[in-house]
Design a protein. Structure first.
Length: 355
């Protein structure tokens, strides 16, 4: 959710500063009191051919609130940074083709042929999800926020086309049996309707609402938008985490450790790909951090909802997504700190000056 573009109220700012512990508390509640989340996951409403459960509704609120906080001028200002925006979007879309096959190859190479199908499908779903809106929280300067916001919104608006296409292509690229291809292809079909109704639609509606709602009305609504997004994100975290509880109770610790290792390793590799892309393009530190975050920070809220709905018989996939979500927060802090520490250059009188 955009941190600099919204004027959050005192309560939302207080919660935002404590968002890390709040997320951990949601995981703990899911482990100790999974009943309410389990019942919510089982409750759904059919509307215009879409299956609207608690996760889909929460996802709609998160992305609508995030888009509503974007001033129209800032969204249009991204055209001044086309190289950064295109590099971030392309790196994010292409990373899935490296991560999912690499995961399958590593597990097949180590003899883990059983879990390879489900876990490589999980990696494909995570990597192909839109860029996380929370990525904008980690960028400090306005110009960087503008470019990253553009990548977040474009990846969300295009996701009904890009994510199913990416998953369909990965189904033929993954070095595994037809079972994994069937999983990924099935997930692609399930994802299209979800991404249209719960990702692209709320982003478009949020942008349109901010554009056409009178300034006096939007000024009163803006302080509450971050609070709505944070509350929906925490609720979604709890509800989705309850789906992973049976895995922790049923599976041996070695399987849980494998899922955690895959989630951590894939996330770190995604950030490495983003960093190498920024270096190859010789981007300045701010733009480089934007590309790194766009490549490494997938919208885990989207991927967990897709995993739960499209792969109901693969609880291990959800566990990988949850670990990925925790790891990307730590990795994002490191990536931005590295970019801030690096010297940036500007031209003064025909010379390059380091600042």
């Amino acid at each position: 959710m955009p941190a600099r573009s919204a004027r959050g109220g005192p309560l939302s700012l207080w919660i935002h500063r404590r968002l890390g512990p709040a997320v951990l508390l949601c995981y703990l509640l899911a482990l100790l009191v999974p009943g309410p989340g389990t019942r919510l996951r089982g409750t759904a409403l059919g509307l215009f051919g879409l299956r609207l459960d608690a996760s889909a509704v929460a996802l709609f609120l998160i992305l609508f609130a995030a888009a509503f906080q974007v001033p129209p001028g800032r969204a249009l200002a991204a055209v001044r940074q086309p190289k950064t925006v295109l590099a971030g979007l392309a790196a994010h879309l292409l990373t899935a083709f490296a991560l999912a096959p690499a995961t399958a190859l590593v597990m097949y190479g180590t003899g883990l042929r059983g879990p390879a199908d489900g876990l490589s499908a999980a990696v494909a779903l995570i990597a192909a999800a839109p860029v996380a809106a929370a990525a904008t929280v980690w960028i400090g300067r306005d110009g960087e926020v503008t470019a990253l916001l553009a990548v977040v919104l474009l990846s969300a608006l295009l996701s009904p086309l890009t994510m199913p296409t990416t998953l369909g292509l990965l189904g033929h690229v993954l070095p595994s049996a037809g079972h994994t291809r069937a999983l990924v292809d099935g997930a692609a079909g399930q994802a299209r309707a979800l991404l249209t109704g719960a990702v692209a639609l709320p982003c478009a509606l949020g942008l349109l609402a901010r554009r056409f709602v009178p300034a006096a009305v939007s000024g009163r609504l803006l302080p509450g938008a971050p609070l709505v997004a944070i509350a929906a994100m925490l609720a979604l975290t709890y509800v989705n985490a309850t789906a992973a509880v049976p895995v922790l109770h049923r599976e041996p610790w070695t399987v849980v450790a494998l899922c955690a290792a895959v989630g951590w390793g894939v996330c770190r590799l995604a950030f490495l790909v983003g960093s190498l892309t920024a270096r190859a393009l010789r981007l300045p530190p701010g733009a480089g951090a934007t590309v790194t975050l766009a490549c490494g920070m997938s919208n885990v809220s989207v991927s967990t909802v897709v995993v739960v709905q499209a792969l109901p018989g693969q609880p291990h996939a959800l566990l990988v997504a949850l670990v990925y979500g925790l790891t990307q927060k730590v990795s994002a802090r490191r990536a931005v700190a590295k970019g801030a520490a690096a010297p940036s250059c500007r031209t003064v009188g025909g010379r390059r000056a380091v600042r």
